[in-house]
Design a protein around this ligand. Structure first.
Ligand SMILES: Nc1ncnc2c1ncn2[C@@H]1O[C@H](COP(=O)(O)OP(=O)(O)OP(=O)(O)O)[C@@H](O)[C@H]1O
Ligand SMILES: [Mg+2]
Ligand SMILES: [Mg+2]
Length: 301
């Protein structure tokens, strides 16, 4: 098969592992920087060009679209879909998962356990928003935050009010969320491929930090997840429409709650912690599922 990996950098661990395993399985792989693709969208025959040449003959696309290039990156994936090329995660699903509010709304509609979460554009009724989320202690998050930056624990209602007002003053969109204290600075990353959890890890925050992010000094280790966690992760990925997903779960007293679903989950941490060759599993999934014109949406909407 001729496979296109849409990635900004072929030296990234995840990208190079996918290349290595695809080649090992006998495929021809091209790493293409989506930001350097250009397209003709008015033609009846959609095409994508890269370095002066049309991209042709691909059987599958693996999008590795970072959060900072979602807008243009998903346009390139959508163009591939319009050309009938199979994408392991479709553009619509990637866009959906990048919008945290939309994701939480979709997951809650289908009965997935979530931390009680409030959001508001206006700062006029901050105290009511705090009450809506169950009162302090509360976690306040920048919608655009990543790697634990912009995730704050407010222990009292006064602190919560100050943090919310400060963030809103900076014109940032925020979420206000019930603090799952019993999660104990730990979260679980379930790596889902094709409707199965193929690897899982538990991340533990450094002492004194409730955030488990590796970038904030957290550590990852292998973990055996419960059947309920497994089915929650699988259902969350399915609701988002993602074949490949990293589902982040907290262990709450009342069962697993989903924090978010990632559409381009990294491979390095999960492979190291679980000992699984996740890249190989992704390529194997593509081998059995890639078909010309097989897209749910063909870039619709
Ligand atoms: N409601 C919560 N209750 C308890 N702990 C939480 C809660 N929300 C987040 N945390 C902890 O903080 C960490 C960071 O939060 P979150 O994953 O939402 O933000 P992020 O990592 O900055 O964003 P992203 O995952 O999109 O990069 C989580 O991994 C988890 O350990
Ligand atoms: Mg996170
Ligand atoms: Mg994330």
């Amino acid at each position: 098969m001729k496979i296109c990996i849409l990635s900004r950098d072929k030296n990234l661990y995840s990208t190079s592992k996918l290349v290595e395993n695809a080649e090992k399985r006998g495929h021809e792989v091209h790493v293409i920087d989506p930001l350097r693709c250009y397209m003709n969208i008015t033609s009846h025959k959609p095409s994508i060009h890269f370095k002066g040449e049309p991209l042709e003959g691909f059987s599958a696309v693996i999008p590795r679209i970072g959060a900072s290039i979602t807008f243009y990156g998903t346009a390139v994936v959508r163009q591939f879909e319009m050309m009938g090329v199979y994408s392991v995660n479709e553009s619509v699903a990637i866009s959906r998962s990048r919008d945290k509010l939309r994701s939480l709304q979709l997951l809650s509609r289908r009965g997935i356990g979530l931390p009680v979460t409030g959001f508001s554009h206006s700062t006029m009724y901050t105290q009511d928003l705090i009450d809506l989320a169950g009162g302090a202690p509360l976690v306040i998050k920048l919608l655009e935050g990543t790697q634990g930056i912009g995730v704050v624990l407010a222990e009292t209602n006064n602190a919560a009010e100050s943090v919310i007002e400060a963030f809103r003053g900076l014109k940032q969109n925020i979420l206000v969320q019930e603090f799952i204290k019993e999660a104990n600075s730990q979260d679980i990353r379930c790596f889902v491929v094709g409707g199965k959890v193929v690897a899982a890890m538990m991340r533990t925050g450094k002492v004194g930090d409730f955030r488990s992010n590796i970038h904030r000094g957290g550590k990852a280790e292998k973990i055996k997840i419960t059947p309920e966690e497994r089915s929650t992760a699988v259902r969350a990925a399915k609701i988002m429409g993602l074949n490949v997903a990293g589902v982040d779960i907290l262990r709450a007293n009342h069962g697993p709650v989903v924090m978010e679903v990632n559409s381009s989950p990294g491979l390095e941490g999960i492979e190291a912690a679980s000992g699984k060759n996740v890249a190989d599993i992704i390529i194997a999934f593509i081998e059995t599922n890639a078909q010309e014109g097989k897209t749910k949406t063909r870039g619709n909407g």
